[in-house]
Design a protein around this ligand. Structure first.
Ligand code: DC
Length: 218
């Protein structure tokens, strides 16, 4: 049986940074499920699909073959055979992913792939519905959160470090809107699984969060 660590939480809580470090320490693979939803959203954007038209999304998503590879321990997302890692982290793709991930067909396709990866490998998997839907029997479940103000500040610092100008108020508004959308959808909404450990990273360092999770895995 593979060992499964599930990390869920809202956008910007630090899931991927933490999950990567935990995976490295444990020698597990890291599965970033948000990147799969982003790859699907990217495909739907290039196909000029109307994000509010469920039928159109359902039809078009059949044309996206999404697979995962590992290169030097890093997850590479292949969309119809092409590496799309470089185009997934924009706000446009993130917002489209939040909208199109409501669609049951999209979720069905990606959930299946995620379950297969976790059945064959020891994993740290992060997302919104890992502990509740994808891996309900995970060995350790974490619900990682932080206040919207702290998450907005982290994103602001990240963007300004890259030389991009941005408005922290607008970033926080977007974060709150995305949380609402992810938490209120009908299928697999973002919520803490009953047996998940709540970790609020607002006033914790990355290393403290990593150590906390590793201690829960013993
Ligand atoms: O974690 P992220 O920002 O890369 O995720 C992008 C969007 O994908 C997020 O707003 C909701 C969706 N998502 C999801 O519905 N289920 C997951 N397991 C992961 C992400």
């Amino acid at each position: 049986m593979s060992y499964q660590i599930a990390i869920d939480g809202p956008a910007g809580a630090g899931k991927s940074t933490i999950a990567k470090k935990v995976a490295k320490t444990k020698g597990f693979i890291y599965v970033d499920t948000g990147a799969m939803y982003r790859a699907m959203a990217y495909y739907l954007l290039t196909e000029k699909v109307n994000p509010e038209n469920a039928k159109e999304i359902e039809d078009k998503c059949q044309g996206a073959d999404i697979t995962i590879q590992y290169v030097d321990g890093e997850q590479v997302v292949l969309l119809n055979g092409a590496n799309v890692n470089g185009v997934l982290r924009t706000e446009e793709v993130g917002n489209m992913a939040s909208t199109t991930s409501k669609n049951p067909k999209v979720r069905e396709r990606l959930t299946q792939l995620q379950k297969e990866l976790a059945a064959k490998n020891d994993v740290v998997m992060d997302g919104r519905d890992i502990g509740t839907c994808v891996l309900p029997n995970a060995d350790v479940k974490i619900y990682l959160t932080a206040s919207s103000a702290v998450r907005a500040k982290r994103r602001f610092d990240e963007l300004t470090a890259k030389g991009e100008s941005c408005d922290i108020k607008k970033i926080e508004e977007d974060i709150v809107k995305r949380d609402q959308q992810d938490m209120s959808r009908e299928i697999a909404p973002l919520k803490q699984a009953e047996d998940a450990h709540l970790v609020d990273s607002s006033y914790m360092t990355i290393e403290e969060v990593v150590q906390k999770i590793l201690s829960l895995c013993k």
